[in-house]
Ligand binder design. Structure first.
Ligand SMILES: Nc1ncnc2c1ncn2[C@@H]1O[C@H](COP(=O)(O)OP(=O)(O)O)[C@@H](O)[C@H]1O
Ligand SMILES: [Mg+2]
Length: 306
């Protein structure tokens, strides 16, 4: 349920809850956008490649019925604040059609980091470190503004055509300065749990901070190199146990300096990690950049659902 004070605070968004009825029937359109293809989905929405009236390609995310309301408003609010920043997906418009509320974003031509992993397999450590260095820098800027993402994983990191990463999916993000801002914890889906720091897993609100995102990004960096997340299990309980108890597996062929950075990101006790994205970026900066044999980007190819 959306509480009345949320409407007041987001008065300019209240109109999205009054759908224009005549649009409900047209399956080929979302508002004024013409659907080209369905390119992805997550726990909250379905994402389409679409064209605006001038024929420019965009991505349109339509939220599922069960996830509408507060999460949508939070996502739009944060996108409005953040999307001008380097390394954050550009936000174009929010609206509502017969299918429900939608968000229009810049189309990330390279799809998600998940689809790239599925297509090309693991990355050379130089590529992985460079990519995560870029993500950590953008994340550090968010952290500087008191915002934590809370749902970093390969599905929520998008790639531009040239391979540069974009932070995306702010549906679970939190403004640490906003007393009213508590949302439910990230969904306990098997695909998500592997990136959750122990304090997020145990919903210890007072322990959540930028370091919670550092843990998730460390897990992403590990997976980019190893081809699998550092902590796994056949069931949610097994995966949660592994996160709480298991040591970070070795990464053969990876320089010790990089393995140490990953290990520090994945420390169980939040105080042992890099404090925020900026500190992680600083630690990754001295590592050698990708070379001709290990370029940053492959040509973009097909996409898959995440
Ligand atoms: N702007 C975009 N450009 C290209 N693909 C996108 C874009 N936004 C989302 N996607 C694809 O759709 C998937 C789901 O989007 P996301 O915003 O993460 O939704 P959810 O909140 O449901 O997780 C992503 O993992 C990605 O594959
Ligand atoms: Mg997502």
């Amino acid at each position: 349920m959306i509480r009345p004070e949320a409407y007041a605070r987001l008065g300019q968004l209240a109109w999205v809850h009054a759908p224009p009825k005549e649009e409900a029937q047209d399956e080929s359109r979302i508002g004024r956008y013409r659907i080209v293809a369905r390119i992805g989905s997550g726990s909250a929405g379905e994402v389409f490649h679409a064209l605006d009236p001038a024929g420019h390609a965009v991505a349109v995310k339509v939220l599922r019925r069960v996830r509408r309301g507060r999460r949508y408003q939070r996502e739009v609010e944060l996108l409005e604040r953040l999307s001008e920043r380097e390394g954050v997906v550009a936000f174009l418009e929010a609206g509502r059609c017969g299918r429900g509320p939608y968000i229009v974003l810049e189309l990330a031509e390279g799809g998600s980091l998940r689809s790239r992993l599925q297509r090309d397999g693991p990355l050379a450590w130089q590529q992985a470190a460079t990519l995560v260095h870029q993500v950590a820098r953008s994340l550090g800027a968010l952290h500087g503004d008191g915002i934590i993402h809370r749902d970093l994983k390969p599905e929520n990191i998008l790639l531009q055509g040239d391979g540069r990463p974009l932070l995306s999916d702010f549906g679970l993000a939190k403004d640490l300065g906003d007393e009213d801002g508590e949302l439910t914890a990230a969904g306990f889906a098997l695909g998500t749990i592997g990136y959750m720091a122990p304090e997020l897993l145990d919903a210890q609100r007072e322990l959540l901070g930028p370091w919670t995102d550092v843990f998730a990004l460390g897990a992403v960096l590990f997976e980019l190199i190893a081809g699998r997340p550092p902590f796994q299990g056949k069931t949610l309980n097994e995966a949660a146990r592994s996160i709480r108890e298991d040591a970070v597996p070795d990464l053969p062929g990876t320089p010790r300096a990089l393995s140490e950075i990953i290990r520090r990101c994945l420390t169980k006790d939040a105080r042992g990690r890099f404090a925020d994205g900026g500190q992680l970026a600083a630690a990754l900066a001295p590592l050698p950049p990708p070379d001709a044999e290990n370029p940053l980007s492959h040509p973009p190819g097909g996409r898959t659902d995440d």
